[in-house]
Design a binder for this molecule. Sequence first.
Ligand code: ADP
Ligand code: MG
Ligand code: ZN
Length: 479
Amino acid sequence: MQYEAVIGLEVHAQLLTDSKIFCGCSTRFGAEPNSQTCPVCLGMPGVLPVLNERAVEFAIRMGLATNCSIASFSRFARKNYFYPDLPKGYQISQYELPLCSNGYVDIELEDGTEKRIGIIRIHLEEDAGKSIHDPALAGEDTLVDLNRCGVPLIEIVSAPDLRTPQEAYAYLVRLKQLVTYLGICDGNMEEGSLRCDANVSVRPVGSDTFGVKTEVKNMNSFRNVERALTYEINRQIQVLESGGKIVQETLLWDANEGIARPMRSKEEAHDYRYFPEPDLVPLEVSEAWIEKIKADLPELPRARKKRFVEQYKIPVYDAGVLTMTRELADYYEAITQVCSDFKMVSNWVMGEVLRVLNERKIDIADFPISPERLGKLLNLILNKTISINIAKTVFEEMLQSDAEPEAIVEEKGLAQVSDRGLIEEIVDKVIQENPKQVEQYRGGKTKVFGYFVGQVMRATRGKANPAIVNEILKEKLSG
Ligand code: ADP
Ligand code: MG
Ligand code: ZN
């Protein structure tokens, strides 16, 4: 029997507001534990939450970017459960009336095709605090840090439209790209600003009903989501193949062991006793406000990619790499203001620049060469002052200092030699010194041509203009 997987993801994204969702406390990451709290986010009796308008705006941005309907009337709800890092005993979330619903995103698969993934809903909620079980910090106890209590989150719930772990990965890549383009979340899964719970079931290929699903939690990278799903899909298939039944349960992914362990079964599942939050009025969003937010949306990744292909006449592949993040796309476009060979600019950004970012594990924001400086370097290739190889040497130099490329070329005497007379002299000398190779060449072994080019380049320390070298060599060798 052939099986296929059915996957739906629930993704939490921490919003980049300065203050929390229902109080004025700071959301800054990494502060002294419990220093960013107040009676509201500590859940003291008698306090009242006040909704952060910016958090609503951020959620609407994401709703619009994912083609959702934005509800003009939505409501907050209490989700009741006990946990040491949840002092109120309930989390304020949204339940039957979420802010955004019925949208979709188009994801890009490895073969270059696209697939549309439904978004069931996006709702606003508050984060809980953090329990620290690390023995190095807490010994045998558990410590509680409530700084994160009340940090605004959106939860993005996908339709069960994903069919493979690779599609789930591509979906997460797209979501991260969207939230970072929109500037509403830093998208860092390792630090927990993006969190993913994966729901997965399997069914025989061709079946149009869903199997029983399990939910896998605790993955802290996109790769781990992919690995965890692969593991769980195989496990479910094995259970069914051996005549067993899938039980609905929640599993915790253990990245070190590469396995998912049961955490709780359906019988132990929470009953959250949701009810409308009595301390907050319903959320009413005007059409005018939605229109204003829509008008202020930045150009989104797919549109930008398409524009790059049209405006700069670069391949779709290049445009995809260059628009992967907003910052990289900005960097590319800033260079195009200086250098007009757009494909060459693309080659350098995708090649040299990305190589250095990977090697140094840094973001483009911390890259030492400004787009203007790189543009000037590339112009030196364009106007034939230096060859591509010399440009790579100058590039390395520019990584180490703030010097302008022209100054480096000047100081190190790297400018290309295009003086025909000088090159002719060198060519003559090389021909004279290599009679055997000349004979071979003239006898039809034209492969030795490269050898001559190499000799001339060596004699000029790589500075001879290659086009002129080729031309003169051909002329002189053919006798
Ligand atoms: P629950 O009530 O258990 O939270 P929901 O209907 O709210 O379930 O769906 C939660 C997530 O699970 C959604 O992302 C949805 O796409 C996904 N999902 C629902 N049913 C299945 C299934 N049979 N297999 C895989 N994923 C599913
Ligand atoms: Mg759910
Ligand atoms: Zn507070």
